[in-house]
Unconditional design. Structure first.
Length: 142
């Protein structure tokens, strides 16, 4: 993953991991035109973060729900790595949406916090969930 002041790009392997698919599947989707690949600074095949966020959101909206909805396990604290798909700011508050696989998380936080984190669609983020609260974290770049 490459960070700059702009939206990051994700190598095919990273994009595949974020979507929960294999690298081969991601490459096939790029070859078929389902998602538009770009070339990163190293000349490797990559995906623009904003395009990946839109694609993840589209996939989640069309995903089938599990048959019986039964829960296998549950925790009081969960961390979901995903992509920021939407940020709405007003003068005091911000609403941030994160798509993590088929899961959509919405967090309400101060505008100051959203600005300090530099939250924009296409960024990698973590939705840390405890009870009814969702906080947003930015992982350290590798």
């Amino acid at each position: 993953m490459r960070y700059s002041r702009d939206v990051p790009t994700f190598r095919i392997k990273e994009a595949a991991a974020l979507l929960g698919v294999s690298s081969d599947t991601m490459r096939r989707w790029a070859e078929a035109g389902r998602i538009q690949p770009v070339t990163d600074g190293s000349g490797r095949l990559a995906v623009d973060g904003a395009a990946l966020a839109r694609f993840a959101q589209e996939r989640a909206e069309t995903a089938a729900l599990p048959g019986d909805g039964a829960t296998a396990a549950q925790s009081l604290r969960n961390r979901f790595v995903g992509l920021v798909t939407r940020v709405v700011r007003d003068t005091v508050m911000a609403q941030v949406e994160i798509q993590s696989g088929p899961h959509r998380f919405v967090s309400l936080l101060s505008r100051e916090a959203a600005d300090e984190l530099g939250l924009e669609p296409g960024m990698l983020a973590v939705a840390a969930v405890k009870s009814t609260n969702v906080s947003v974290e930015i992982p350290r770049s590798r």
